[in-house]
Design a protein around this ligand. Structure first.
Ligand code: AMP
Ligand code: ZN
Length: 498
C-alpha cells in the first residue's frame, strides 16, 4: 500500500477520520445508483463522478476495492418522501406503453453510455432491486422477527418509534431527532395504516393498477425503496462494511432508514464511513428533473440546450467537476464551463509538454529540486485530505508553470535530479490518467488533421513554385474528392470542408 494516511469526512461523526478498512487490503464501497426511469442529468453525474474519483484513488493506494453501485428498478415512488403514488418506472411504462423492464433497460443502457463517456470505471457489481426480491423479503421477515416491524393491511411498516426508543442513534446521520420527525411528517391521506407518521413501508401491498408485483407472506406487492440498499449492500459487502455513499439529498430519509433497517434486522450498524456529495446547482438551486432545470449529458456534448453557448467534451465537464470539492455545492453555468475548458486544456498541454522534455545530468539546483519534490508529494497529501481534488489540481497547475519554463529554456532539464524528474512525470501520469481519469478530448484529432492539412498546403505551395504540376494537380484532385476547399488569402492558405 502506497500511503495509508487517507482521511475521510464521515457524515455520521461529522469529522474527518483516518480511513481504516474492516479487512485491509480489501475495501467495500456501496453507492446508491440511479433510478432508471429517465435519463440521468448532470447533477446525478456529479455524484457518480465524485465516487469514481474515490474508487480510483482507493485503487491507486493499492486497496482491493469491491465497488457496488445498484440500479433502482422498482420501489421508488413518485412522491419520494411520503412513499406514495405510482412506482416511477411503472408510471413511465404506462405512459410509453412499454414493459417496465424495457424502461429499465433503455435508461440503464443510457446511463452506462454516459458513464463511459465520462471515463468513469464500471463498478465491480451492479445489482438490481428486482433481482433481489427474495433477499428483501428475508430482511423484512428478520425485521418483523426482531419486533421492529408490523403488518398492516398487507403492507409491512418499520416501527420507527419503537426503534428510536431502543436505539438513540436514530437521526444521527441526518441530524434529525425524533421530535423533528413528528412535527415535520404530516399524517398523509392513505397512510392511516401506519401507527406513527414517521413509520415507513418496507413491503407494500400492490394496488390493482400497480404493474410490478411479487408474492410475499404478507401480500402480492413490492419492496420499499429504502430496503433494497440495505439488502444489496450487505449481500455483497457483508453486514459491516467500509464506505457507503450517495448524494446529500439521500441522507434523510433514505440513508437514515437504511441504517435503521440494518440494525433492526441484524443488530448493528452496517457502515463505518458515510460519504455524501453535495449538489450540482443552477443559479443556486439544486439541479433536478422536477424543477425543470436539468441539463442532460447528451445536451452538453452537442451544445443543444439554451443555457449552453457551445458543445463541451465529456472530459471538460469531468474536469469542471473536479475543480470543486465534492462536499461543496457546484454551480453550473456556461461561463464556468468555458473557464473549465481553458483550465483543462492548459493542464493537458502541460502534460504533453512534460512528456516532450528530456532530462540531462547537470548541476542540480537544490532548492528547486526540493520544491518540485514537495509539490509532487503535496498532490497526494491533498487527495489524502478527504479527496481534495481542487487543491491537488492547484498544485498540478503550479507544476505546469514549471514545466512550461523548462520548455521555454530549450526543453532539456538539468536543474532537478533524474529522480525528481521521474517523480514529476509519475505524478502527472498518476493524477491525470489514473486518479482523475482524464484523457484527451475527442476533438483532439482535429489538431492532427489541422497539422496534416498545413503540411499538404506547404507541399502544394512548394510544388507550384517548382512547377511540379504533377504533384500540385494530384493534391488538387484528392482534395476535391474529399470536398476540401483551399482559400488563398493574404495571411496564407486556409482550408474548409464543404
Ligand atoms: P436518483 O436517480 O434520483 O435516485 O439519483 C441518483 C443520485 O444522484 C443520488 O445519489 C442523488 O443524491 C444524486 N443527485 C440527484 N440530484 C443531484 C444534484 N443536483 N447534484 C448532485 N447529485 C445529485
Ligand atoms: Zn440507496
Amino acid at each position: 500500500m502506497q500511503n495509508t494516511d487517507l482521511k475521510i469526512f464521515n457524515t455520521l461523526t461529522r469529522t474527518k477520520e483516518v480511513f481504516k478498512p474492516v479487512n485491509p487490503p480489501f475495501v467495500g464501497m456501496y453507492v446508491c445508483g440511479p433510478t432508471v426511469y429517465n435519463h440521468v442529468h448532470l447533477g446525478n453525474c456529479r455524484t457518480f463522478i465524485s465516487f469514481d474519483i474515490v474508487y480510483r484513488y482507493l485503487l491507486h493506494l493499492g486497496y482491493k476495492v469491491r465497488y457496488v453501485r445498484n440500479i433502482t428498478d422498482v420501489g421508488h415512488l413518485v412522491n419520494e418522501e411520503e412513499m406514495t403514488g405510482e412506482d416511477r418506472i411503472g408510471k413511465m411504462a404506462r405512459i410509453e406503453k412499454l414493459e417496465p423492464m424495457e424502461i429499465v433497460q433503455r435508461y440503464t443502457n443510457g446511463f452506462h453510455d454516459v458513464m463511459k463517456q465520462f471515463n468513469a470505471l464500471p463498478p465491480s457489481i451492479e445489482p438490481t432491486a428486482t433481482g433481489h426480491i427474495v433477499e428483501q423479503i428475508n430482511m423484512v421477515q428478520a425485521i418483523l422477527d426482531n419486533g421492529y416491524g408490523y403488518v398492516s393491511n398487507g403492507s409491512v411498516y418499520f416501527d420507527t418509534l419503537k426503534y428510536a426508543k431502543n436505539h438513540k442513534e436514530f437521526g444521527r446521520l441526518s441530524g434529525k431527532i425524533m421530535d423533528d420527525l413528528q412535527v415535520e411528517t404530516r399524517d398523509l391521506k392513505g397512510q392511516s395504516e401506519k401507527r406513527h407518521p414517521a413509520d415507513f413501508a418496507i413491503w407494500m401491498k400492490a394496488q390493482p393498477e400497480h404493474i410490478m408485483r411479487w408474492n410475499s407472506p404478507w401480500s402480492v406487492g413490492f419492496p420499499g425503496w429504502h430496503l433494497e440498499c440495505s439488502v444489496m449492500s450487505t449481500r455483497y459487502l457483508g453486514d459491516k462494511f467500509d464506505i457507503h455513499g450517495g448524494g446529500m439529498d439521500l441522507q434523510f430519509p433514505h440513508h437514515e432508514n437504511e441504517i435503521a433497517q440494518n440494525i433492526g434486522a441484524c443488530g448493528h450498524a452496517p457502515v463505518n464511513y458515510w460519504m455524501h456529495t453535495n449538489m450540482l446547482t443552477v443559479n443556486g438551486t439544486k439541479m433536478s428533473k422536477s424543477l425543470n432545470n436539468s441539463v442532460l449529458p447528451g445536451e452538453m456534448f452537442t451544445g443543444e440546450n439554451d443555457v449552453l453557448a457551445k458543445a463541451y467534451d465529456p472530459m471538460v465537464v469531468r474536469f469542471f467537476m473536479l475543480q470543486t470539492h465534492y462536499s461543496s455545492t457546484l454551480d453550473f453555468s456556461d461561463e464556468a464551463l468555458q473557464a473549465g475548458e481553458k483550465g483543462f486544456r492548459r493542464l493537458m498541454e502541460g502534460y504533453k509538454t512534460l512528456q516532450s522534455l528530456q532530462h540531462k545530468n547537470g548541476k542540480v539546483e537544490e532548492s528547486e529540486d526540493q520544491a518540485v519534490t514537495e509539490e509532487c508529494q503535496a498532490c497526494y497529501e491533498h487527495m489524502n485530505d478527504d479527496f481534495s481534488t481542487p487543491q491537488a489540481l492547484a498544485v498540478l497547475f503550479g507544476l505546469v508553470t514549471r514545466v512550461n519554463t523548462y520548455k521555454d529554456k530549450g526543453g532539456v532539464v538539468s536543474s532537478i535530479s533524474k529522480e525528481t524528474f521521474d517523480r514529476l512525470n509519475k505524478v502527472f501520469r498518476d493524477f491525470i490518467e489514473d486518479i482523475f481519469g482524464l484523457k484527451e478530448e475527442e476533438g483532439a484529432d482535429e489538431e492532427v488533421v489541422d497539422g496534416l492539412m498545413q503540411l499538404i498546403i506547404d507541399i502544394r505551395q512548394s510544388s507550384r513554385e517548382k512547377k511540379d504540376w504533377d504533384t500540385s494537380d494530384k493534391i488538387r484532385a484528392v482534395l476535391k474528392e474529399l470536398e476540401i476547399q483551399l482559400k488563398d488569402g493574404k495571411d496564407g492558405t486556409s482550408w474548409t470542408k464543404a
